[in-house]
Design a protein around this ligand. Sequence first.
Ligand code: AMP
Ligand code: GLY
Length: 418
Amino acid sequence: MKVLVVGGGGREHAICWKLSQSPHVTRLFCAPGNGGIESVAQCVPIAATDVDGMVKWAKSHGMDFVVVAPDDPLALGMVDAMEAAGIPAFGPTADAAIIEASKIFSKNLMKKYHIPTAQYETFTDMDQALAYVEAQGAPIVVKADGLALGKGVIVAQTVEEAKEAVRSMMSDHRFGDAGAKIVIEECMTGPEVTVLAFCDGEHLLCMPSSQDHKRAYDGNQGPNTGGMGAISPSPNYTAAVAIQCMREIFMPTVAALKAEGRPFKGVLYFGLMITPNGPKVVEFNARFGDPECQAVLSLLDSDLLEIMASCRDGILNKMDIQWKPGAACCLVLASGGYPGSYQKGHPITGLDEAGETAVVFHAGTKLDDNGDIVTNGGRVLGVTATGETLDAAIDAAYDAAKHIHFTDMHFRTDIGRV
Ligand code: AMP
Ligand code: GLY
């Protein structure tokens, strides 16, 4: 089968790496891809958000299956468009991807179906939002309604900070249209866990749990990022919590989307907080998380294409998915300055040495004119290792990363240890 993966980050590298192991895949393409993805797939220079261009290319090049990995093209209806053009595609339709694309939609869905989450109110009027912050006090959480690259959430420790967040979203339009409507919600406490689940519209199969590290610096300090590293499984996700989540959150969410006429096919991302009052939903995403994907897929033993096809065909309940025992760790190596401004184009050394004991997924890299790999983004690489225990996986990822160098390289030293 000819398969196209849409996207060009570390998550897409991990998906391509896993799909390239499938005997069903005869040709693998990735659009736009990146410098590292070139090693497992042929990269095609089409922007991930170019729905028409992507469908046209997929059709004219005879793709048998398309995997849409990032949030933007899902929200723009790329899966709908592929299917309408007769090309089977993995991922939710735009109607179902709204569970990520609109926080107001997802909060209202949880309220309607009694799925545990933080108490909240939604606002389109800034003065009302400011008055609500004043009345509630801090800490309090302010969220832009729409997609904002994971940065549209402010966990405010003071009323003034919360008001500033409201103003920046609603008056200064810091997140563009994404912040025209906002959610203000209760600040929850407890460890955060991610659970990714394959879904076929009706059934779901959970992957091993994982844990992202969103803050830029050690000790969970500094600004939020796309994610500085991930481990899988999460030690905070006990068997008892898993049972509770399945009963109170996972199955009700899949059933709710179906009942709303928005059956979800693809990967549903449950961002959870294990609060003193039980697990609650922090957010939903309509796709694999990045870098959780890199850690979790490195534990997958089964054929990813078969799983994805069964989701699309609505027969996931017939699948038996095998996972490797042990644990995985993905350590992100970022450009100095990220998530603020950073330089691009620095040569990267040590990739081959690191690759002897870990899989190095590329996120922000490209091949320069000489065919050398250079930095080309904020998150540059995800050094991913597995081990019999979580400690062994973490040590292996850090040991492999020691080989890699580029100017101003920045990474956290405490992935999996906080
Ligand atoms: P989100 O993009 O919704 O996942 O939010 C980004 C991060 O903000 C989460 O990973 C949490 O660390 C934090 N966060 C979001 N909502 C809440 C909440 N209600 N209480 C506490 N922390 C939150
Ligand atoms: N790692 C969080 C996300 O992909 O949204």
